[in-house]
Design a protein around this ligand. Structure first.
Ligand SMILES: Nc1ncnc2c1ncn2[C@@H]1O[C@H](COP(=O)(O)OP(=O)(O)O)[C@@H](O)[C@H]1O
Ligand SMILES: [Mg+2]
Length: 133
């Protein structure tokens, strides 16, 4: 079994490993090539955010079931500064880091389920799920 696994996100090379692992599990779950790429792209953006804004974090990668449906769930967590205004952070183009401000908003569009829990000083927990069709 390739899942569940919790991977560190503490360097750029970790981000590469996260992308590779997510791709492998996405194939196992039976996601289409397009959906594999979508979830790998979301994973990459969320991992990069954990690295840049929180100084690192981790991601749990697991296969989930809903009846006969299988899905891939990623749970990113970090103990960084948190996101004071989640709605604003999810707005296209909003950035505090001089980026494109499309990581969170774009990731939300690339997956089926997207949940952010965060508060100032309490870190950030982001869960995304992509279901096989
Ligand atoms: N894990 C995180 N911890 C703290 N703040 C975050 C985190 N992820 C995102 N943010 C905040 O949300 C903003 C938007 O993120 P994102 O959409 O990925 O755009 P960008 O990374 O280009 O700024 C970031 O600029 C940052 O302020
Ligand atoms: Mg980003």
């Amino acid at each position: 079994m390739t899942t569940p696994a919790t991977l560190p996100v503490t360097s750029n090379s970790d981000v590469v490993l996260v992308r590779q692992h997510v791709r492998t599990v996405a194939v196992d779950v039976g996601l289409s090539l397009v959906d594999q790429t979508k979830v790998v792209t979301a994973a990459s953006e969320l991992a990069r955010n954990a690295l840049v804004y929180a100084g690192g974090g981790r991601v749990r990668v697991e296969i989930v079931h809903n009846g006969i449906r299988r899905g891939l769930r990623l749970t990113f967590s970090d103990d960084g500064p948190g996101i004071p205004d989640i709605e604003r952070a999810l707005t296209d183009g909003w950035t505090t880091g001089g980026g494109l401000g499309l990581g969170l908003s774009g990731s939300r569009r690339l997956v089926d389920e997207f949940d952010v829990r965060s508060a100032p000083g309490e870190g950030t927990l982001i869960t995304v799920t992509k279901w096989a069709r």
